[in-house]
Design a protein around this ligand. Structure first.
Ligand code: AMP
Ligand code: GLY
Length: 409
């Protein structure tokens, strides 16, 4: 098939890499230098014009912005198969208020919340919440629209910064899990669960980012938990909205069971990188069945080996980013290196964005996958490069403890 990928990050490079390995012809708008190694890059955001010249059999949309702008409705009107939600359903990510209200209406487990339309209302509602309290802006904010306020003063500041339309939310505790499914309007097919690492620093310290690394291991969710989420979250949304595309439930696994923190209407980044590394094959066919409403009965095969992605970030990220630093050591580093924020400049391959590369590898178990990934990381260099040293460590700790218990020592 000729497959057009919309987007320019690590997620899109991982998709392109997977689909190329399956023998498809890959095109990307806008693409990046990594994607250019596996397909043809068209550096344009006029997606309708790109599709008219490429004539793809199938289009897959990476980021949320074109979805919220209505690209799926546009492509469908032109008779072009596309994987993604229509504009109305993209509001599940585009408006936190819309998304929380839908969860409330459908009885989907989520943190208790108050929707505020005015600053005055938000300040008054604070009295109903304990601290820390979570304050969320209504619209798309690229991960910067959520503030966890420790006391009244911080909460008032957050309300001023993010309001006036916003959500106040009860702070809930547990493990965060990214649960992503493919939907064709009627049927939903879950991908393996992944875990992202949002904070910039080791031990979940420092400001939040788009994601500093992720891993994919069959033990992140038990089969029972996964079926529970399908029943109590995903199937309700799909039945109510006829959702199409990737539906991503950001879950908190609490003592009272899984609760939804947010919905995204696309694949996660970096989650897609370990996911594409673990998937066995036939992904392109499953995407086509998603776009054509024939997902029922489809299955995905997964390699048993867990996979890990470590994001290498540029100087300053997630604040003011410095670009233009030369990148070396990617070739023969021993892992897949997905490009996120790179460009070709005077120095050859240079940093061109905040999250620069996603180094991704698998291993016979999670410990080996982590070791393989960091061994590759140690061979790559650019000035100002920083990354987390503890990707997947929580999973390792949890399961090592289980192993010890199981063996009775
Ligand atoms: P969101 O964009 O809604 O997923 O929020 C971004 C991040 O803020 C999440 O990944 C969580 O780490 C954190 N967060 C959001 N809502 C809550 C909540 N109700 N309780 C605890 N942490 C939260
Ligand atoms: N990694 C989180 C996201 O893609 O939103």
């Amino acid at each position: 098939m000729r497959i057009l990928i919309i987007g320019s990050g690590g997620r899109e490079h991982a998709l392109a890499w997977r689909l190329k390995r399956e023998g498809h012809d890959v095109f990307a708008a806008q693409g990046n230098p990594g994607i250019a190694q596996v397909g043809r890059v068209i550096p344009s955001t006029d997606y309708v014009a790109v599709a008219a010249s490429v004539e793809p059999d199938l289009t897959v949309v990476g980021p949320e912005a074109p979805l919220v702008a209505g690209i799926v409705d546009q492509f469908r009107a032109l008779g072009r198969p596309i994987v993604g939600p229509n504009q109305a359903n993209a509001r599940l990510e585009g408006s936190k208020i819309h998304s929380k209200d839908l969860m409330h209406r459908l009885g989907i487990p989520t943190a208790r919340y108050h929707r505020a339309e005015t600053q005055e209302d938000a300040l008054k509602a604070l009295a109903d919440f304990a601290y820390p309290v979570v304050v969320k802006a209504d619209g798309l904010a690229a991960g910067k629209g959520v503030i966890i306020a420790q006391d009244r003063e911080e909460a008032e500041e957050a309300i001023t910064k993010l309001g006036p339309r916003l959500i106040l939310e009860e702070f809930i505790r547990g493990e965060e899990v990214s649960f992503i499914v493919l939907c064709d309007g009627k049927t939903a097919l879950p991908l393996e669960a992944t875990q992202d690492h949002k904070a910039v620093g080791d031990g979940d310290t420092g400001p939040n980012t788009g994601g500093m690394g992720a891993y994919c291991d069959g033990r992140i969710l038990s089969r029972e938990d996964s079926e529970n989420v399908m029943r109590t979250v995903i199937e309700l949304v799909v039945a109510h909205t006829q959702f199409t595309g990737f539906l991503y439930a950001g879950l908190m696994m609490t003592a009272d069971g899984p609760k939804v923190l947010e919905f995204n209407v696309r694949l996660g980044d970096p989650e897609t990188q370990p996911l594409m590394h673990r998937i066995k094959g036939g992904f392109g066919q499953v995407l086509m069945r998603t776009a054509t409403g024939t997902l029922r009965g489809a299955a995905l095969e997964w390699n048993a080996e867990p996979s890990v992605c470590v994001v290498l970030a540029a100087a300053g990220y997630p604040g003011q980013v410095r670009t233009g630093d030369a990148i070396s050591g990617i070739e023969d580093c021993g892992a897949e290196v997905f490009h996120a924020g790179t460009r070709v400049g005077a120095k050859g391959l240079e940093t061109g964005g905040g999250r620069v590369l996603g180094v991704t590898a698998s291993g016979r178990d999670l410990r080996a996958a982590v070791a393989n990934t960091y061994a590759a990381v140690s061979k790559i260099h650019f000035d100002g490069m920083h990354y987390r040293h503890d990707i997947a460590r929580k999973g390792l700790k949890r399961w090592d403890a289980d192993t010890i218990k199981a063996s009775g020592t």
